[in-house]
Design a protein around this ligand. Structure first.
Ligand code: DC
Length: 224
């Protein structure tokens, strides 16, 4: 097991896991990995180089050489600030397409491992507990009903001043959930050793408190 403790938080799109993971990391003074951002960056970089998202070899080559700089909350791709650009629905869908390609996932593995630095890491995504950090002492599967997630994404887009259509968002979420679950490599799944955090009727504070409480229990339990 890696010497650096990792809290792996996996779950479907728009479940709020990013907000919860970031808050848990801030509270513990841990680093934070938004692995979805790395897939989004790959999709955006491919689009900017006019490479089709389905082109496994070319997208994997882009993933392997991605010129990314994380600067607090700001994300730079090849020198340009793409913090907002990677959050669009279009790039989210593209991320889900490139994420289904095994060579792309392999090319992004070392980049994700590099985030595991002292004193610890909170990593969120789809396969943090299953593939990227399988030895994580705490794994959480954070979810909410599809309706609640669509509503959250809808409100998020409105808050950013973007046009939002609840029916279209709901349809897109279903398509993305299906692609993330059905793919052959590292599909989204609730692992037997992951704690289930169902947040449909739960606010962010409560979800953060639950993860912190599980973490306290984990570090206070001597490992077998
Ligand atoms: O969490 P997100 O919406 O930013 O993720 C965008 C897409 O990236 C998502 O549809 C699936 C993919 N993804 C993945 O396959 N594995 C991860 N660890 C994180 C994201």
């Amino acid at each position: 097991m890696s010497a650096v403790p990792v809290i792996a938080i996996d779950g479907p799109s728009a479940s709020g896991k990013g907000t919860v993971a970031q808050r848990v990391a801030d509270t513990l003074g841990f680093h934070y990995l938004d692995s979805g951002a790395i897939y989004r960056l790959t999709a955006l970089a491919a689009q900017r180089q006019s490479v089709q998202w389905q082109d496994e070899a070319q997208v994997a080559a882009i993933a392997a050489t991605l010129d990314v700089r994380f600067d607090g909350a700001a994300i730079h791709l090849a020198g340009s600030n793409v913090t907002e650009a990677i959050r669009s629905e279009e790039i989210g869908s593209g991320a889900s397409v490139v994420a289904a390609l095994p060579a792309v996932r392999a090319a992004l593995l070392a980049r994700q491992h590099a985030f595991a630095q002292a004193p610890g890491l909170v990593a969120d995504g789809r396969d943090m507990g299953s593939t990227v950090f399988p030895a994580a002492p705490l794994k959480v599967f954070l979810t909410a009903s599809a309706e609640a997630r669509a509503e959250r994404r809808y409100r998020q887009l409105l808050a950013r001043g973007e046009a939002a259509d609840l029916a279209a968002i709901t349809a897109d979420l279903h398509a993305r959930d299906e692609r993330d679950r059905a793919r052959a490599v590292a599909p989204l799944q609730q692992l037997p050793d992951a704690r289930l955090l169902e947040t449909t009727a739960m606010g962010v504070d409560e979800a953060v408190a639950q993860v912190l409480s599980w973490w306290n229990a984990t570090i206070n339990t001597p490992s077998a």
